[in-house]
Ligand binder design. Structure first.
Ligand SMILES: C[S@@+](CC[C@H](N)C(=O)[O-])C[C@H]1O[C@@H](n2cnc3c(N)ncnc32)[C@H](O)[C@@H]1O
Length: 417
């Protein structure tokens, strides 16, 4: 008897989350693991957040740009949904996300999407966010809270993979409940391990953290339990990363840093070039530890930089001082920027974007806005708000910061229409 849950369909596109959008006789179904132009068979699953979901059972007609993934866990993990596509197809899919975000907005049709590729397709990531559930340390499975251990994550830089192995070996048996682990490369070859536990942990874990901090590939370990203020630390937990142009930046373990050094170098130079800060009053929102700040400060007339993480603000001030540069760096909410007159505003918000800021009248009408985004959905929403206030798009650049995944960084420059 034919399985009633099995249906066939044509893949129309890949959505922002990395799932294929498949047109079937039963309607549109989201399915991981398929590519545009393919005809597939799928098993219908339950709906989530209003969208029908399915599981790929067979590729009936494969895209010519389909390829074998370089990771044995690709279909189980879900972190790299585009690993089954050639780099060229990955690029076209991601360019499509950016184009959709800008579609129909003033200036968009006259702005080509410029594209920055990653020199490394694999082994490029200098930080990884893992989770643990009881004794398993790994990535969260696609569309699930379940944690899955991955023996060899091929997009990570080698020391990070070694750091993961060490963390598994030293910590797995003493971790309780659930939590997150961030692995961050410091310098060229050592790792800072940052643990954030949701529940109280047994005394053995503290001993295991100490043991982990003495491993050659591990520089230091921090452990924070619940929302308690100060983490326990072992070893050197400060990270030193390439950034801010040619030099290095230092920051506290766990503070934000861009994932891909070579693409970040291009992102920084593009932000500074398109801001044209020379002799102007610049406001930078979400400055982190100063990745863009040091380049902007080098020629701006004045620079005010805002960041909510006080430890990152201290690091940003240090990174400026070390270069003999000056800016006013303040701890604050980027949605309530310091009052003042600014010629240029640079913003680089987290995934949630900057809706509150664009809906308010707090942006005091700069002539240029440089919007760096890691989420094309919120980028599109915010660009609509900005263009409704009299801006037009004049440059769009996509940065393939995360090859094999459905993520990218985009930069849109807006000028007064
Ligand atoms: C995507 S990161 C960018 C950091 C920096 N531009 C860089 O390239 O490294 C976003 C930063 O915004 C900060 N942040 C998040 N929400 C914020 C808010 N409401 N106000 C100020 N900073 C915020 C985060 O702490 C983080 O450092």
């Amino acid at each position: 008897m034919p399985d009633k849950r099995l249906v066939q369909g044509d893949v129309r596109a890949v959505g922002r989350g990395g799932d294929a959008v498949v047109e079937t006789a039963k309607g549109v179904v989201l399915v991981p693991g398929a590519l545009p132009g393919e005809r597939v068979e799928l098993a219908l699953g339950s709906s989530r957040r209003g969208a029908a979901r399915g599981r790929l059972t067979r590729v009936l007609r494969a895209a010519t740009e389909r390829r074998e993934p370089s990771c044995v866990d690709a279909s189980r993990c879900g972190g790299c949904p585009l690993m089954i596509a050639t780099p060229d197809l990955q690029r076209r899919i991601k360019e499509g996300f950016v184009r959709d975000a800008c579609r129909g907005l003033p200036g968009a049709d006259r702005s080509e999407i410029e594209w920055v590729t990653s020199p490394a397709e694999l082994g490029y990531r200098r930080r990884a966010r893992l989770a643990w559930h009881r004794g398993t340390i790994g990535y969260r499975q696609l569309h699930s809270k379940r944690v899955t251990d991955i023996r060899e994550c091929v997009v990570l830089m080698k020391p990070l993979r070694a750091g993961w192995d060490e963390a598994r070996e030293q910590l797995a048996s003493s971790l309780r409940g659930t939590g997150e682990i961030q692995l961050q490369l410091t310098g060229a070859d050592r790792v800072v391990v940052d643990l954030h536990a949701n529940e109280d942990q047994p005394p053995e874990l503290f001993e295991s953290c100490e043991a982990l901090s003495t491993r050659p590939v591990v520089a230091g370990v921090t452990l924070r339990v619940g929302t308690s203020g100060h983490p326990a630390t072992w070893g050197e937990t400060r990270v030193v990363i390439p950034g801010g142009g040619d030099g290095t930046l230092d920051g506290p373990g766990g503070a934000f840093s861009q994932a891909n050094d070579e693409v970040n170098a291009k992102l920084v130079s593009t932000v500074v070039e398109l801001s044209e800060p020379a002799g102007l009053r610049v406001l930078e929102l979400h400055c982190g530890i100063g990745n863009f700040t040091v380049g902007l400060a080098a020629s701006a007339k004045t620079l005010v930089a805002v960041e909510q993480d006080p430890r990152a603000v201290e690091a940003c001030q240090r990174n400026l001082k070390g270069r003999g540069l000056h800016a006013r760096v303040v701890v604050g909410d980027a949605n309530q920027p310091p009052k003042g007159q600014y010629d240029v505003v640079v913003l680089d918000p987290p995934r949630q974007g900057s809706k509150t800021l664009f809906e308010s009248n707090l942006l005091p009408g700069p002539k240029r806005l440089i919007y760096v985004s890691c989420d094309t959905a919120t980028l599109g929403r915010d660009l609509r708000l900005a263009t409704a206030k009299g801006y037009r798009i004049d440059r769009i650049v996509g940065f393939d910061m995360f090859p094999q995944t459905a993520h990218l960084e985009s930069l849109v420059r807006l000028v007064r229409a």
